[in-house]
Design a protein around this ligand. Sequence first.
Ligand SMILES: Cc1ncc(COP(=O)(O)O)c(C=O)c1O
Length: 352
Amino acid sequence: MNAPVLPDWLAAVPRLTLGHLPTPLEPLDRLSAELGGPRIWIKRDDCTGLATGGNKTRKLEYLLADARAAGATDILTFGAVQSNHARQTAAACARVGLPCHLILTEQVAWKHRHYSSGGNVLMDRLFGAEVHIVPVADAADVTQQLTERLTASGRHPYLIPAGGSNAVGAIGYVRCAVELANDFARLGIRPRNVVHASSSAGTQAGLLYGFARLDSHVSGVLDSHVPATRRETPVSVLGINVYHERPAELARRVQRIAEGLATRLGAADLPAPAITDRYRGRGYGIPTPAGVDAIRMLARLEGLIFDPVYSGKAVAALIDLVSVGQFSGEDDVVLIHTGGTASLAVYDNAFD
Ligand SMILES: Cc1ncc(COP(=O)(O)O)c(C=O)c1O
């Protein structure tokens, strides 16, 4: 595979190499045949190489570089008890030798006897992170006490927001947009839709900004090998909301982070974020029947594993959107596999 062409404005941003990048972009031939729609491609960000992989590796490459530059001695971050972001942060911290403190909130009503000790939490502990599992209402106080304790002992804690989603972490997904543009050029395809699970907004914001910036500035990367008639439509990024009770809140966050990226990296003609809320089900962390069916289907058809909290809901969405003709007339659609399979062990009862 050719090394990705990296624009100077992105190459200049400090980054630690943590991931196995670029990840493969692979066709899902058996799924595509089964659905009878466009050819579906999968971007294997479940293979990013840090602690069973997932989308947080890309963000942490930039966040930990920023933490280093800021002289951080400790990393603090946040998430739900089974946060994939927390697990990947703990692994990244182990890799670079920084103490990691995780504040995990009890916000998911999923019943499993190992929910607070297995899956991601087991790995958090294996990576040596200090794990604080607290009620949602206590998170702010625990964070303040921890920050004060560390500061009083002369340390410099660096706070990473939940999901690693700010304008630093999201640069990881700007880089993913560039990677995808290079994949498209190499493969001679021009997908117009990229679909993925969206929650804390950094993944979607990075992709949104990245494709907008590429379309307006380096169309040569996107358009080589592509017939002129198919160059006009920019890539649209569809976020499958798996978290927010009010999807407008997700859109607002995507917009805000994308604007932060424009401030840091340069202007781009940003479209409004595209989000659907039809596949979230009863709420964050609660599997849906369609998500569970989609996980079974992809396992049997493609030998791939997804999770019921994030990526499985995205697959369910994609299957439904193909079935209702959303992508009719399109040749290629891309699903980003954002990872999440580390939580499967505490969701085995969803498959009973
Ligand atoms: C497996 C997985 N997929 C998707 C997402 C959503 O990414 P983002 O938080 O950047 O919207 C997450 C974030 O927690 C995740 O863990």
